[in-house]
Write a protein that binds this ligand. Structure first.
Ligand code: FAD
Ligand code: N01
Length: 533
């Protein structure tokens, strides 16, 4: 018997994933509502308003392709769009497709429970509301569950505590202020040069150095935009059919098929181009062979030494002990040069670990740094965190968090055994963060929409991956990861940045193109690996 629900589908999150899911589902005649914790659309680009925030996939590719008029009418102004422009784009999309009428803002979902008998999902919110739907889509983001470090005394700090993820809406004026930034991943590396411009003094608290390449950001010229728009159909198709959703050129050779001189010339050209993802894939063995990888790492290390005047600071900024790009390769605008400024000090936490935070600042094993502002750029409980922070309960009251306590498991990163009629957009073990996210998000949303359409046409109420299919996918994803160098480093890609989190490479590394073909085949084969009834 079919039970009445408030909506056909409840979607959690109004970032790129939730916005497109709402549009697609509504277009197919489903009733849907989006529940969003923020007061605005945009997800990542609503929250991360810190100075310097911008994308690292070129704007023209980090944008929706699902609507021809949308991609023709929107004019990106910079090669790598800054956060305000990305947020404007999200707002434009919401208005253009009249999405806001089905989005409930300031609504944080605290639990999602499946009634096995009725086949109904009930979502409860922190605001005390309860809503039901036949299907639930978690579009909660892979980098949206912020991670606050467990530093002794943090709550005692009397200055202003800021977090890159949840930056104030009004710009922060650091003029004449002493500031400390904790964290030198992508967020810290983007914020540090901007904060240094106005702060009286900036202390950069670095534990693990990152590899960073110059962004070479620049305004986009109307002529190039026109050309891109003329060629969009071809460019988008190539991106969808590529390893990482970016269709980048590479040499097609091993790093050792060329001489050292030739190799460095190739690295130089791509470095100067400001193309980090191209850089990491220039040679086909760069991410699978340690020696090949080391050639790229050594090249970047030489660049750091050229960019930073003080050799001791340059050495402290130079990563070692992990293969380049197995932690997210960063892109920067003047990051290393920032350390040539008089008002900037690098604090090497490997030499002087933080002992506590006091009312006045940060104390390390060496000294106390008194500051007015402490900026946390300390990252995320990535890929799984936004899902497990909701109390998701499936068949028999099984908790998703508990299921994933030992290791995250899913079928295709789209669905989880024991949790019927639940979908995760760019969930664990899908290409997600190791691809152009826009390409992966569009692919997931279209796959889920087609799946729901299929179920409706066939009069089917329920879909759930089998345990066998899920186990086989987890095994396959791990086997593919083991073929690469990614398991050789500790990073959020593997859950290593969160205490107690199981270690496993969370994105699927088999390639966007292969993954797309496989998921299409599975659908065409009547949703192979799923139980439908
Ligand atoms: P999000 O944008 O994270 O949106 C999820 C939404 O769900 C949020 O609005 C959140 O408030 C909401 N939500 C979560 N939990 C709940 C809940 N319990 N109840 C209600 N609402 C909830 N990727 C790239 O491919 N290229 C880039 O250049 C790039 N740059 C990035 C820069 C930064 C600073 C960060 C943090 C990430 C970047 N990423 C990039 C990854 C980025 O997260 C994705 O590209 C994309 O924006 C994700 O969209 P989404 O809709 O899936 O998730
Ligand atoms: O987070 P991170 P992020 N004591 O996890 C340090 C995307 N993104 O927000 O490595 C001391 O990378 C931590 O040090 P360590 C992108 O995918 C993209 O910067 O644990 N230090 C590290 O230096 C990116 O990868 C852009 O030793 C502590 C930092 O905090 C992802 O989001 C911009 C600590 C966290 O780095 C996450 O980036 C921004 C502690 N207790 C984000 N705890 C673009 O450029 C943490 N750290 C597009």
């Amino acid at each position: 018997m079919t039970h009445t629900t408030d909506f056909d589908v409840l979607i959690v999150g109004a970032g790129w994933s939730g916005l497109m899911a709402l549009h697609r589902l509504r277009s197919r005649g489903f009733s849907a509502r989006v529940l969003e914790a923020a007061p605005e659309v945009g997800g990542t680009w609503y929250w991360n308003r810190y100075p310097g925030a911008r994308c690292d996939v070129e704007s023209i590719h980090y944008s929706y392709s699902f609507d021809e008029e949308l991609q023709q009418e929107w004019n990106w102004t910079e090669r790598y769009a800054a956060q305000p422009e990305l947020l404007s784009y999200a707002r434009h999309v919401a208005d253009r497709f009249d999405l806001r009428r089905d989005i409930q803002f300031n609504t944080k979902v605290s639990s999602a429970k499946f009634d096995d008998e009725a086949s109904v999902w009930t979502l409860r919110t922190e605001e005390g509301e309860s809503l039901t739907a036949k299907f639930c889509i978690l579009a909660t983001g892979v980098l949206s569950a912020t991670k606050i470090p467990d530093l002794r005394g943090l709550s005692r700090f009397q200055g202003t505590l800021l977090n890159t993820f949840d930056w104030p809406e009004e710009p922060v004026d650091f003029t004449g202020k002493r500031v400390a930034v904790l964290g030198t991943g992508s967020s810290g590396i983007q914020a540090i040069p901007e904060i240094a411009k106005s702060a009286e003094h900036l202390y950069v608290l670095q534990r693990t150095p990152s590899f960073s390449l110059p962004a070479k950001n620049r305004p986009l010229q109307p002529k190039e935009l026109e050309q891109v728009k003329r060629e969009y159909a071809r460019l988008r198709a190539a991106a969808r059919d590529s390893l990482d959703g970016l269709a980048l050129e590479n040499t097609g050779k091993s790093a050792f098929d060329v001489t050292e001189e030739e190799r460095n010339a190739i690295f130089e050209e791509v470095y100067e181009e400001g193309a980090p993802f191209k850089f990491q894939g220039m040679f086909i063995d760069q991410m699978t062979d340690l020696k090949a990888n080391a050639t790229a790492a050594e090249f970047v290390a030489r660049k750091i030494a050229e960019r930073v005047k003080d050799p001791e600071t340059a050495a402290a900024l130079t990563p070692s002990g992990y293969p380049i790009a197995t932690r997210r390769l960063c892109i920067d605008t003047g990051y290393y040069e920032t350390f040539n400024r008089e008002n900037v000090t690098l604090v090497n936490l490997l030499k002087e670990p933080i002992t506590e935070v006091t009312e006045k600042g940060i104390t390390t094993a060496a000294r106390t740094y008194e500051v007015d502002y402490l900026v946390l750029a300390t990252g995320f409980d990535a890929v799984t965190g936004s899902f497990t922070r909701i109390d998701v309960r499936g068949v028999g009251g099984q908790s998703l968090k508990e299921k994933w306590d030992a290791a995250a498991s899913s079928y295709l990163g789209l669905a989880v055994n024991g949790f019927p009629n639940l979908f995760t957009v760019t969930g664990p073990l899908s290409p997600s963060v190791l691809s152009n996210m826009m390409v992966s998000i569009e692919q997931h949303v279209d796959w889920i929409t087609a799946c729901l359409g299929y179920l409706e046409e066939k009069g089917i109420d329920r879909i759930e991956p089998t345990q066998e299919a899920e186990q086989e996918w987890v095994r396959h994803a791990s086997e593919v990861a083991d073929f690469t160098l990614f398991p050789q480093s500790s990073s959020w890609y593997s859950g290593a940045n969160v205490e107690g989190k199981p270690r496993q490479i969370l994105p699927y590394l088999g390639g966007v193109h292969n993954y797309r073909r496989l998921t299409q085949e599975i659908a065409a084969d009547g949703y192979r690996g799923f139980t439908i009834r």
